[in-house]
Design a protein around this ligand. Structure first.
Ligand code: UDP
Length: 414
């Protein structure tokens, strides 16, 4: 199939050469590459954020990236991109008139706006649109309240993207329930998770040295909603001296980690809780070095207040490390309570402390959970499997569309 991906702010090229890239960049790059490996021709459209970029650049055999000029050719915050989506859509429509794809897959709500506009013009080509949200504004607002910096238009425009898309690819069942609450028909929702690089994250390989008998670890951004503070409090509740907590992530490397404001906030909490001597802030670690560090942990704790998908628990499981995870968002599907880790309620330090103590005192149980986690990732979360499941969602969308043709304005005609 000829597939157009639309990823307005997240270029898959940012994942090459060790450039720091977020989850959507990795997702679009890995999914496009895996679809190309299955024989599809993929073009990824992303906004030009640098005047020096060629219009077309190859990502890998079968995947080409097109830089679309929409707004200034400079890095802009995601929150400032909405006004440039009409221009982005005009350029997409012109591209698709010249080179019509069989389907479009847009990523993040603003790409959805541009893709649906370009693919449903009365005077343009009519192309079916699959959409992945990656995160939902309604969930962000629920948990972050006034700290949410998304443009106010998101509240109305985002659900509209879901209602107008031919299919919505949700990354977990919790997201599917949120979408149904936004009045997106369940018959048009497919659940396909994100994938993991199982060549990089695997149980076999070197393991970093550790300072104490046990090591627990958190990995990820240090923003409050990721819940690292709750893990520090849990460490204090554990009240034992043979455990260290390694906190991976932040804006700096280990040398300058204490300049990071989130690290300063968390270090102050560790001092107040009396566990300063047991917490080590590692700062940002390159993905290529993460498996070695993960293997040195007895368990990884993921304690977010909410989580659209959450790739870290899967990376830990892929490496053979059990996970203590809050039962929220994607973590409800990925971590199987009692089989690959333990679920705990959100923002509950006592529950985390109990779960950690249970696992630390049971080395055989930990090894069993670690093995089961690695098996689960290898069987369900490789990018090849994710691409095959995505392809199935595309085919369902295309056959439904043949049965229910749309008018040029997007309404289903019966
Ligand atoms: N990560 C990393 N180095 C770090 C911290 C995080 O490579 O120092 C990676 C981590 O391995 C994961 C990603 O960043 O692949 C975070 O993804 P997740 O879905 O857990 O959270 P997000 O940041 O997308 O909310």
């Amino acid at each position: 199939m000829k597939i157009s991906m639309v990823s307005e702010h997240a270029s898959p090229l940012a994942t090459l050469g060790g450039v720091d890239a977020g989850g959507q960049n990795v997702h679009v790059a890995a999914l496009s590459s895996a679809l190309a490996a299955r024989g599809h021709a993929v073009t990824v459209y992303t906004r030009r954020d640098d005047p020096g970029l060629d219009e077309r650049m190859p990502l890998c055999p079968g995947v080409e990236v097109v830089h679309v000029t929409a707004g200034p050719a400079a890095v802009l915050s995601k929150d400032d991109l909405l006004p440039h989506m009409p221009e982005f859509a005009d350029r997409l429509a012109a591209h698709w008139r010249a080179e019509t794809p069989e389907l479009v897959h847009s990523h993040f709500w603003m790409s959805g706006i541009a893709a649906l506009d370009a693919a449903r013009r009365p005077d343009g080509v009519q192309v079916p649109v699959a959409h992945t949200f990656h995160a939902l504004g309604v969930v962000k607002k629920r948990h972050q309240g006034d700290d949410d910096t998304s443009p106010p238009e998101r509240e109305a425009l985002e659900p509209d993207v879901g209602r107008r898309a031919d299919t919505v690819v949700a990354t977990c069942s919790d997201e599917a329930f949120e979408l149904i609450r936004l009045r997106i028909p369940s018959s048009r929702i497919s659940v396909v998770p994100c994938g993991v690089d199982t060549d990089l994250f695997r149980p076999e390989g070197p393991s970093a040295r550790r300072a104490r008998r046990h090591r627990i670890m958190t990995v990820g951004r240090l923003v409050p909603r990721k819940g690292v503070g709750t893990v520090i409090t849990a460490l204090a509740r554990l009240a034992r001296d043979d455990v260290e907590l390694v906190v991976v992530g932040g804006s700096r490397d280990e040398e300058r980690v204490h300049e990071d404001r989130d690290v300063q906030r968390l270090a102050a909490l560790a001092r107040a809780e009396g566990v300063e001597h047991l917490v080590r802030f590692r700062g940002q670690v390159a993905r290529s070095e993460l498996p070695t560090l993960l293997r040195s942990a007895d368990l990884v704790v993921c304690a977010p207040w909410y989580e659209p998908f959450g790739i870290v628990p899967l990376e830990a499981m892929a490496t053979g490390v059990p996970v203590v995870a809050t039962a929220v968002g994607g973590l409800i599907d990925s971590v199987v309570h009692g089989a690959t880790g333990l679920h705990v309620p959100r923002r509950d330090a006592d529950a985390i402390a109990r779960a950690v103590a249970t696992l630390l005192d049971d080395p055989a149980g930990r090894a069993e959970l670690g093995r089961a986690g690695a098996d689960r990732v290898r069987s369900r979360y490789t990018w090849d499997r994710v691409a095959a499941d995505t392809e199935r969602a595309y085919r369902r969308m295309l056959s439904r569309r043949r049965l229910e043709p749309r008018s040029a304005h997007g309404a289903v005609t019966r």
